[in-house]
Write a protein that binds this ligand. Structure first.
Ligand SMILES: *[C@@H]1O[C@H](CO)[C@@H](O)[C@H](O)[C@H]1NC(C)=O
Length: 166
């Protein structure tokens, strides 16, 4: 599973960046024998809604939208999930069959595009255990691996409201 978010803005501070992600997960012995366990390129229009579940762990979470964004190489192939509003938390996940990569190299790839300068916020991709309650996905959900980046400029501005920890 993978999730992006949370992201938050700092009051009147300049807003958050937009996030686009594509995930590819494989356990590879060698290029010729690589098995792909999860791949999401958002190439089938609105069908992504069937594969991705929004968290409802709190009522005011932001909604993702599918778009190629303001700039792209290809208007169809470069579509991804984008945050739709600034100063919101986002959490969404998709499921794949449990597998073991014991004795094999695990490769995880994703692409993120930022269209705004992120003044205060971050975006993460996490791999969770298969018993994750997707509807209750939050910063407290137990995960195995996390990738992402975070802007620390906001900490000095909004330390009092900084409650999410990973
Ligand atoms: C949702 O997750 C939180 C934090 O992990 C937990 O405390 C809470 O019991 C969960 N709620 C439900 C309905 O499972």
């Amino acid at each position: 599973m993978a999730a992006a978010g949370p992201r938050r803005g700092a009051g009147s501070a300049p807003a958050l960046g937009a996030l686009r992600l594509v995930l590819l997960l494989g356990a590879a012995l060698g290029p010729a024998r690589a098995a792909v366990y999860f791949q999401e390129q958002f190439l089938d229009g609105a069908n992504w809604h069937k594969r991705w579940m929004n968290s409802e762990y709190k009522p005011d979470l932001g909604k993702f939208k599918l778009t190629a964004g303001k700039f792209y190489g290809d208007p169809v192939r470069d579509k991804g999930l984008q945050t739709s509003e600034n100063s919101k938390f986002y959490a969404i996940s998709s499921r794949f069959k449990p597998f073991s990569n014991k004795g094999k190299t695990l490769v995880i790839q994703y692409t993120v595009k930022h269209e705004q300068k992120i003044d205060c916020g971050g975006g993460y991709v996490k791999i969770f255990s298969s018993n994750l309650d997707q509807k209750n996905l939050s910063g407290d959900s137990h995960y195995y691996i996390m990738f992402g980046e975070f802007s620390y400029f906001c900490i000095t501005k909004t330390l009092h409201s900084f409650t999410v920890t990973f």
